[in-house]
Design a protein around this ligand. Structure first.
Ligand code: ACO
Length: 147
């Protein structure tokens, strides 16, 4: 997938609070505002780098799509790495324009380049066709425990 010339993709920046990052996440779930200071001090990259967030922006510097990759170190498979894709969100006004696909391609590209032996994610039934289009296949079930 190619991005239009009116958009660009890059890693999340600690100044992205003002560009609508949390607003985009609200297509997924609750994402209440936080202060600019606490946003800046908790924005990746952490060290060692285990969490990568990618954003797509318009020419007017508004974030319209976002997604994250968490890299987990395992004890099995000779201390292998697994990539977890999390919190993919595309602003409602631009859904269906392949931005979700572009974010997934960027994150699986990072996952492969840091050496993960697989990349996995959880999603609702309704999003299965989207992830199949992105090259993923359904395997196993999710179990949840809530307090
Ligand atoms: N059902 C069937 N096909 C779909 C669906 C769907 N719900 N969504 C996308 N597709 C298809 C598209 O038609 C396209 O197919 P094509 O190549 O044949 O044209 C392909 O999947 C790629 O679609 P995109 O245009 O890249 O999808 P979009 O940019 O809208 O992003 C997303 C999809 C992320 C699900 C977006 O609609 C969204 O933000 N939804 C609300 C939040 C959400 O559910 N996020 C995912 C949570 S799961 C997680 O985070 C791991």
């Amino acid at each position: 997938a190619k991005l239009g010339s009116d958009l660009h993709i890059r890693p999340l920046a600690s100044t992205d609070h003002k560009r609508g990052h949390l607003e985009v996440l609200r297509v997924l779930t609750q994402a209440p505002d936080v202060s600019a200071d606490s946003y800046t001090s908790t924005t990746p990259p952490f060290h060692p780098a285990t969490y990568y967030t990618i954003v797509i922006l318009t020419l007017s510097d508004e974030i319209i799509a976002v997604g994250s990759l968490f890299v987990e170190r395992k004890f099995l498979r000779s201390l292998g790495l697994v990539g977890h894709i999390e919190d993919i969100a595309v602003s409602e006004k631009v859904q269906g324009r392949k931005l979700g696909l572009r974010i997934i391609e960027a994150l699986t590209g990072i996952s492969e380049s840091v050496g993960c032996y697989k990349t996995i994610l959880n999603c609702s039934d309704k999003n299965i066709p989207f992830y199949e289009k992105c090259g993923f296949e359904k395997k196993e079930n999710e179990m949840v425990s809530s307090p």
